[in-house]
Write a protein that binds this ligand. Structure first.
Ligand SMILES: [Zn+2]
Length: 59
């Protein structure tokens, strides 16, 4: 059986695991209605993006 010649360094292990974990979605608050919205997304409640109306929201 193949056996590692050297113990892998902490740096090597951490570098590999840098991509292993998901980070939570960044949230901001809509300046129009105040609801929490993911960044760079149109507000689902009022249809505004960066303070101006983009889509019509049907109730
Ligand atoms: Zn809104």
């Amino acid at each position: 059986m193949a056996v590692p010649k050297r113990r892998q360094s902490n740096q090597k292990t951490r570098s590999r695991r840098a991509h292993d974990f998901l980070t939570p979605r960044q949230l901001t608050y809509c300046p129009t209605c105040g609801k929490a919205v993911p960044t760079h997304r149109i507000c689902a409640t009022c249809g505004h993006y960066q303070g101006r109306p983009v889509v019509n929201v049907v109730e």
